[in-house]
Design a protein. Structure first.
Length: 246
């Protein structure tokens, strides 16, 4: 086999691997359980959190979703939006440290919300809306550990937390960033109009996941172009060497 053909074959392999890597990375980025919006102002009041749960199994449906709310920095005044086909069970817990508010002292708060009875099929996602009265103002983020149970009995535990500076874990828990008061009002505004929805998994990717996929796509195309350019150079070089006298 000539060096030109070898170069062309290698270039094709590099391009295929780059494309496969891009698609795999995009799929991973869109499969996580996430909370929207991604941030709220500390102490924000009267807002909505949307937990987006995509189905990542091809042969099973999601039949149960459990979201655990932190009680060391409790979310106050939690209300669950009715969800077609789903039944929500809300669990309250006595707080170790009561929270003082303008309306009095709060001694208990919601610690878990469990949705059952519905179904999220392959290639679909579901949005679960939770309204709140007030977010804490004494922490920089809230972690909502989540369990996702499938019809085949499998349970995915979205409970891992990334350490500062580390890469995202395999099964990250949804995290809500809390910013300085007044700094994130515009970002939180769209949450008020959030509504339950079902669509394909491709539409389920968040804006941050889309940005990551686009960046990876550009990188993959660059690698492919470079590989093809190298192959073309090798082919031209092989033709030139074939016209030289021995």
């Amino acid at each position: 086999m000539s060096s030109a053909r070898i170069a062309l074959r290698r270039a094709g392999t590099v391009t295929a691997l780059a494309a496969a890597g891009v698609l795999a990375a995009a799929g991973i980025a869109s499969a996580h359980v996430t909370v929207h919006p991604e941030s709220y102002a500390k102490g924000a009041t009267d807002g909505v959190l949307t937990f987006r749960v995509p189905n990542e199994e091809d042969t099973a449906s999601t039949t149960k979703v459990q979201v655990f709310l932190p009680t060391d920095h409790p979310v106050l005044g939690v209300l669950v939006s009715p969800q077609d086909g789903w039944t929500a069970k809300v669990t309250n817990t006595k707080l170790k440290t009561p929270v003082k508010t303008d309306d009095g002292t709060i001694t208990d708060a919601v610690s878990e919300i469990t949705w059952t009875g519905g179904k999220i099929g392959a290639g679909q996602f579901e949005d679960f809306n939770v309204a709140f009265g007030q977010l804490p103002d004494d922490t920089d983020q809230l972690t909502f550990k989540t369990l996702q149970t499938y019809s085949d009995g499998k349970t995915v535990r979205w409970i891992e937390e990334a350490a500062s500076g580390d890469e995202e874990p395999e099964n990250p828990a949804p995290v809500l960033k809390l910013t300085a008061k007044g700094a994130d009002e515009d970002a939180a505004a769209p949450a008020a109009s959030a509504s339950p929805a079902k669509t394909t998994a491709s539409a389920a990717a968040s804006d941050s996941s889309d940005s990551t996929a686009r960046s990876l796509g550009i990188a993959g195309l660059v690698v492919g172009v470079l590989g093809l350019a190298a192959a073309g150079f090798a082919l031209a070089r092989g033709r030139n060497s074939g016209t030289r006298p021995e």
